[in-house]
Write a protein of this length. Sequence first.
Length: 129
Amino acid sequence: MQEPWKKDTNDRYVEVVKTVMGLSTAALFLPILLAREFLGVESNVALGGVFTASIYWALFLLAMSILSGVFYQYLSAKWLRIAWGKKAGIFFSKDTKEGTVEYCMVVSLWACIIFFFIGLILQLVFFVF
């Protein structure tokens, strides 16, 4: 690798993505665990009747955040291979350019972060309003 600082920077971004994925996973279970406590829903009432569209959208976006994080880690492995001067392709491509991989990494990183925050805001909307 000609520029070792790139690997260090990539490792830090991977850690950010892992943190957001962990928070997204925890937030996925938040409404299920807290709905009965905060909303006073009895145990014989199904939560499906209590949840609104905001919770379902929140769960969808949090799941998308996790998938974006997984895709980022996949791209990160491909990028490292390219950075070491070897060929690497995304999915069915045999040889993907470094710029293409980096662009996809940026998109999946920001998708992971934005989906997490929007999902969290939608959960707060449900519990507060």
